[in-house]
Design a protein around this ligand. Structure first.
Ligand SMILES: Nc1nc2c(ncn2[C@@H]2O[C@H](COP(=O)(O)OP(=O)(O)OP(=O)(O)O)[C@@H](O)[C@H]2O)c(=O)[nH]1
Ligand SMILES: [Mg+2]
Length: 308
């Protein structure tokens, strides 16, 4: 969109919400045109809200990706839901993203109640339409959703292929109030590189593991050193059980090596520089229940901000 000096400047805050696996993080990455949030086929991938900014001429939109709405008993689940609740208030627009290949079920209906009586308008995005053979099935689905919530717009999209996203961005900008640019034009995200690095390692582990292992893995950057054009990173992979540690290390360390290579290659391509990555695996039982450890994983908390 070309900049037009006579146009009023608009800006606003937009949260991306929905059930686990709906495609929220894929959407954020596509909208900002850069990988800021990790993506995986395992539900509950996103654990902390991630903010990323799109600047288009006179418009600036600050997007917030959030954890999938779910019910879980562990402290980590409660923290994830706190991040969702924090993303509902003082917003200019809420985007509800749902998997269009699935029927609307009771869990979805329950989750949708979070949108009730909010000040901000909401758009419904029926995602993954690239996987739909018959787009006729979108109509009853839209009706089902609008019976629950009066969405201002309903759009079929594919966060993966980009289908419908130009139209979506146009509608988002049109819904933004007059306001200043909060961030410089080239500003992308508030997430530090070290957090993205830890997340990319976690993403490779999510891809490589199954059942309960993916959900009990955390990654902490222990050391980050820049020297002679090379970034040296020591990262600790934390699991809850010895058995999980064995799985991640793999036979003669093969799995850990592969995770490290894939994570390093992607970090190098995103950060645009050479990296040396060393991974260690450690067991810490019940870390998902430890407030102290969850605080350590939360960079906003560690940076002195409020808990996300
Ligand atoms: N075919 C298709 N797959 C998609 C699309 N959007 C997302 N996916 C896939 O759906 C899965 C989940 O995507 P994510 O972006 O991680 O979903 P999420 O809503 O952020 O999930 P949580 O962080 O767990 O709440 C991944 O395998 C994505 O590749 C889409 O438009 N089309
Ligand atoms: Mg996500």
């Amino acid at each position: 969109m070309p900049s037009n000096k006579t146009e009023k400047s608009v800006s606003g805050f937009v949260s991306i919400l929905g059930r686990p696996n709906a495609g929220k993080s894929t959407l954020l990455n596509s909208l900002v045109g850069s990988k800021v949030a990790i993506v995986s086929s395992k539900p509950q991938t996103t654990q902390q809200a991630i903010q990323a900014v799109v600047t288009l001429g006179h418009a600036q939109v600050v997007f917030l990706d959030t954890p999938g709405i779910h019910q879980g008993d562990l402290l980590i689940h409660k923290r994830m839901m706190m991040a969702v609740h924090a993303a509902l208030d003082q917003r200019d627009l809420l985007l509800w993203i749902a998997d269009a290949t699935q029927n609307i079920d009771e869990e979805e209906k329950r989750a949708l109640q979070l949108l009730k009586d909010r000040d901000a308008p909401a758009f419904l995005l029926l995602n993954k339409v690239d996987r739909l053979r018959n787009k006729q099935q979108l109509l009853p689905l839209m009706e089902g959703f609008t019976q629950e919530i009066p969405f201002r717009e309903c759009l079929p999209v594919s966060a993966l292929t980009g289908e419908g996203l130009d139209e979506l961005l146009g509608l988002i900008v049109a819904a933004m109030p007059e306001g200043p640019r909060y961030f410089p034009e080239d500003y992308l995200t508030d997430q530090p590189e070290r957090h993205l690095a830890a997340e990319l390692i976690r993403e490779k582990i999510l891809d490589a593991t199954h059942q309960e292992v993916p959900h009990s893995v955390a990654v902490l950057i222990e050391n980050w050193e820049e020297a002679g054009g090379l970034t040296r990173i020591h990262a600790q992979i934390v699991v809850e059980r010895e058995g999980h540690k064995k799985i991640i290390i793999g036979s003669r360390g093969a799995m850990l090596k592969q995770i490290g290579t894939l994570a390093r290659q992607e970090m190098e391509s995103i950060l645009g520089r050479k990296l040396f990555l060393q991974l260690f695996v450690k067991t810490r039982s019940k870390w998902r229940q430890s407030a102290e450890f969850l605080n350590e994983l939360d960079w906003r908390y560690m940076a002195g901000g409020s808990q996300s």
